[in-house]
Design a protein around this ligand. Structure first.
Ligand code: UDP
Length: 247
């Protein structure tokens, strides 16, 4: 699979349709080992600059897709354009559509107590024939981790959606995936909150215009510190482009 290097994070150059197809193929494959899917945005790519272990975990994923207009813009500035944005929430929605009525089940892990359950109720209401094998909140203690794994395994899901925020969810997936009986694990960030109706999704026209960050900042001002990574990401991108030219 063709990968595009964005500041050391190797993103797969796939369309939404191709990403969904890949996951479908993996779910249908018998006896496969679990596969990890992450959806880095520019903030996550900046976190990976400061945390080499996190960068390695991202790059070890079976599928890394570009979540956010910033990553797409950077790929164009670096003259290695990615085909399109494949955001985590849209990917999950497409998987719900594709697997509704099929013998494929999802497990929802993450969010405050009660939120995953609320998300499950809303998902079933919207995607009528979807199979939700189980759910759990994401505020468990390290000593409860085995129970969390056990609960997932007894639910026997095909796909586990893990929304613990980055980098926690990627680290959790990376260290637990091989003791989980499932086909695919996806790091979904705050998507469980969105499905639960706890936070609203940024309208499509704002996302298309590349202003999702502004919408999220107005909604959650506590994100300001984290969002300082967005200008840093663009500065790093321009520096790389300039240095490339100078060589
Ligand atoms: N979360 C969790 N356990 C934790 C920390 C966070 O389940 O220990 C959840 C939190 O409730 C929220 C999500 O992880 O649902 C993080 O959302 P955020 O928007 O901060 O993550 P991002 O999408 O930016 O990675």
């Amino acid at each position: 699979m063709n990968k595009i290097d964005i500041h050391g994070v190797k993103i797969h150059n796939v369309t939404m349709r191709e990403a969904v197809q890949l996951i479908q193929d993996w779910v249908e494959e018998d006896g496969s080992v679990p596969r990890a899917v992450y959806t880095p945005n520019s903030e996550i790519i900046m976190q990976a600059q400061r945390n080499l272990e996190f960068k390695n975990i991202l790059n070890a994923a079976e599928l890394l897709v570009a979540d956010g207009a910033g990553v797409i813009l950077a790929s164009r500035i670096l003259k290695t354009p990615l085909k399109e944005k494949v955001s985590g929430i849209d990917l999950v929605k497409n998987l719900f559509k594709v697997f509704s009525g099929k013998n494929v089940s999802f497990y929802i892990l993450g969010g405050q107590p009660g939120v995953a359950e609320m998300a499950a109720v809303n998902i079933i209401a919207e995607y009528k024939k979807i199979k939700i094998a189980g759910y759990d909140h994401g505020y468990f203690k390290p000593e409860e981790e085995s129970d969390v794994v056990q609960k997932i395994n007894s639910a026997e899901p095909d796909i586990v959606l893990v929304g613990l925020g980055a980098p926690k969810q990627e680290i959790w997936i990376n260290s637990n995936m091989y003791r989980l009986n499932c086909k695919v694990l996806i790091g979904v960030g705050g998507s469980i909150d969105v499905f639960a109706g706890k936070v609203s999704l940024t309208p499509e026209f704002i996302r298309k215009a590349g202003f999702e960050w502004l919408h999220r900042l107005i909604r959650e001002p506590r994100r300001i510190k984290r969002m300082m990574d967005l200008p840093r990401f663009m500065v790093l991108t321009f520096k790389k482009r300039f240095l490339k030219k100078a060589r």
